[in-house]
Structure formats: structure tokens, C-alpha cells
Design a protein around this ligand. Structure first.
Ligand SMILES: Cc1cc2nc3c(=O)[nH]c(=O)nc-3n(C[C@H](O)[C@H](O)[C@H](O)COP(=O)(O)O)c2cc1C
Length: 323
């Protein structure tokens, strides 16, 4: 088994989840500066797209800076040859690991036989993992998945994954059908850990649990309850780049500090992606930065009209001149 950087991580491992149009190169730089997790993932990137003439555009989703190591490239798709090619690409680009998305529930992804569709097709899933491992060389390969497709099928699905010689498995503790509509089933993560512990040490992948964790105290509680090697956090990072900081999260920051970092984030987004990514991507972030104080709603409404970082700054300064 290629454990690579995973073998050097101190437990419990705190990981930043891959989130399309959220954990892009700009936001990851901000997070690196204000509260760096133990590992970060890129957003998921289509293997078919990376192996097509449209490749250049998708390569932006694989931009990262040296400060972000260890960083894992996440791919989705259903074609083993393309996974092989993308694994080689990840190696050339200097990533520390490769993760295969086997959990995305979106219709257009599942329809391609990718994302959560792999849960229903373990034969293809295995072929994809093997193709990725042969392209990956000495880089470790991991999988991020869910606990079943229509119903919880942990034992069966994990049994297949355990045959794939993976360095780590992240379990988003919901089925594909549940999307994000019910609370995560952390008891199922505990079952996964028990199954992993029954394997010989040299064949045991690390198990990370994921779902609904909103601060590091909760993350530590989930580790305590389940025995997981770590926790992955997704939505908890919205508007809170301090999430992983030992110096405290957004609740401890003044409004001025939150706005200052929001503006830094927006200017960085513009610098990296001007004319390349839709500025509307930033709307998700304002919604999260601009909450929990009097006048927040009015300010958010005004920010929705902004089309450039400069316009955002003007709107914020008009309301809060001290920023
Ligand atoms: C906006 C958004 C984009 C996401 N994009 C991805 C993705 O690219 N790859 C992936 O494996 N999961 C993706 N996810 C799922 C998250 O990684 C995570 O599994 C999920 O949000 C549950 O964790 P949380 O409750 O901590 O948010 C996405 C989730 C959100 C909300």
C-alpha cells in the first residue's frame, strides 16, 4: 500500500472537504493564511474534461500554492483510461495524493456513471482505482464516498473498497438518496472503523468521517465517539476561514476583521479568476461572511448587485467606514 503523506499525519486528522466553486484556489489560499487544516482537497475535476480539448479551463481547478501542501487532487469520472492519465497529471503537478470521488449525488454526475454511481458498480470502481494507482506511481490514492446508494449498505460497499488497497477512505455519512437532507449517520462511521480495525495493519486504510461538523470541538467529539482517524469539514468553513485555527473561529472575530478578510478573499478571487470564473461564485461567500449582526440582511442584498471586488469594497465601506 502507498500511504505517502498520509502515513506522516498526526491523528486526529482535520481535513478540508472538496467543494466545487467554494474551495477554489482563492479560498484555499485564504484558509492557508488564517487557519490551515492538516490536508486540503481541490474541488472535484472531471477526468473526461481533463482528457479533452477543454482541458485548459479545468486546469484552473488544479491551481495551488506551495503553502497548501499536503494537497490532494480530486477527480470524478467513469473511464479508467482517463483516470490513469489524470493520475499521471496529478503527479506531474506535484500533488501529494489523489482522491476519487465516489459520492457525488448530482444527477448529471451520476448519469455519467461517476460519483455515487460507483457504489452500485463495484467492478468498475475497482478498475478505476487500479488505473489510478498505476498512473499515480508512489502517490497515495484515496476514495471519498457515501455509506450507500438508496439505503445504507456500509458493510457491502466497504468490503469492496477494502479490496482496493486504498490509503484512506472518507465517508460522508449519508446515502446518495439522502443528499444532505438528513443528519449524518455518525454511528455508521463507528461501524466502518470497527471493520477497518479487523484488517491486518498493513492493509488498513485510514477512515475519515464527514457530515454536519460545525467546529473543532464537535470534530473531536466525533473522533471520540467513533474512533475515526480524522474528520473532514465542508460547509463549516463557509465565511469562516479561521475554522482550523487554534486562535479561534469566526465567532471570536470582530466585524471589521471579518469584512477585511472577506475583501482580501474577493480581491484574490478577482486576481486569479477575472474573466475566467463567474463572479457570482462569490455570492455564496458573502452570504456566510455577512451574517449575525444588525443590518446584515440589507448589506447582503446590496452585495448581490456587485460585479467587481472594487464594487464590493465600496458597498462595505459605505456601511462600515472603519474596515
Ligand atoms: C457547494 C458544495 C460543493 C461540493 N463539492 C464537492 C466536490 O467537489 N467533491 C466532493 O467529494 N464533495 C463535494 N461536496 C460534498 C462535501 O465535500 C461534503 O461531503 C458535504 O458537504 C458534507 O460535509 P459537511 O456537512 O461538513 O458540509 C460539496 C458540498 C457542497 C456544499
Amino acid at each position: 500500500m502507498q500511504r505517502g503523506f498520509w502515513g506522516a499525519l498526526k491523528k486526529p486528522i482535520w481535513a478540508l472537504a472538496p467543494m466545487a466553486d467554494v474551495t477554489d484556489a482563492a479560498f484555499r489560499r485564504i484558509i492557508t493564511k488564517y487557519g490551515k487544516p492538516d490536508i486540503m482537497w481541490t474541488e472535484f475535476v472531471s477526468c473526461d474534461g481533463l482528457c479533452s480539448p477543454g482541458r485548459e479551463i479545468l486546469l484552473r481547478d488544479l491551481w495551488y500554492t506551495e503553502g497548501e501542501h499536503p494537497i490532494v487532487a480530486q477527480f470524478f469520472g467513469a473511464n479508467p483510461d482517463n483516470f490513469y492519465a489524470c493520475a499521471r497529471l496529478a503527479r506531474e503537478l506535484g500533488f501529494d495524493g489523489i482522491d476519487i470521488n465516489m459520492g457525488c449525488p448530482e444527477r448529471n454526475v451520476v448519469k455519467q456513471g461517476a460519483g455515487a454511481a460507483h457504489i452500485q458498480n463495484p467492478v468498475l470502481a475497482k478498475e478505476i482505482v487500479q488505473a489510478t494507482q498505476s498512473g499515480a506511481g508512489d502517490l497515495p490514492v484515496s476514495v471519498k464516498t457515501r455509506i450507500g446508494f438508496n439505503a445504507i449498505a456500509l458493510e457491502e460497499w466497504l468490503g469492496h473498497l477494502f479490496e482496493m488497497d486504498l490509503a484512506a477512505i472518507t465517508l460522508h455519512a449519508r446515502t446518495k438518496k439522502e443528499m444532505s437532507l438528513v443528519p449524518a449517520h455518525w454511528d455508521v462511521v463507528a461501524r466502518a472503523v470497527a471493520m477497518a480495525r479487523a484488517l491486518p495493519e498493513d492493509q488498513r486504510p485510514l477512515i475519515l468521517g464527514n457530515g454536519d461538523v460545525s467546529n473543532l470541538t464537535e470534530a473531536a467529539e466525533r473522533v471520540e465517539e467513533t474512533g475515526a482517524d480524522g474528520v473532514m469539514i465542508g460547509r463549516g468553513i463557509f465565511g469562516n476561514p479561521w475554522f482550523f485555527s487554534p486562535m479561534g473561529d469566526t465567532a471570536t472575530k470582530s466585524l471589521e476583521e471579518r469584512f477585511r478578510v472577506m475583501l482580501e478573499h474577493i480581491y484574490l478571487f478577482e486576481e486569479l479568476f477575472y474573466g475566467k470564473k463567474n463572479f457570482d461564485v462569490m455570492k455564496k461567500h458573502y452570504k456566510a461572511y455577512v451574517v449575525g449582526f444588525e443590518g446584515a440582511k440589507e448589506l447582503r442584498v446590496r452585495l448581490m448587485e456587485a460585479r467587481t471586488a472594487g464594487e464590493v469594497e465600496t458597498i462595505v465601506r459605505a456601511a462600515y467606514p472603519n474596515v
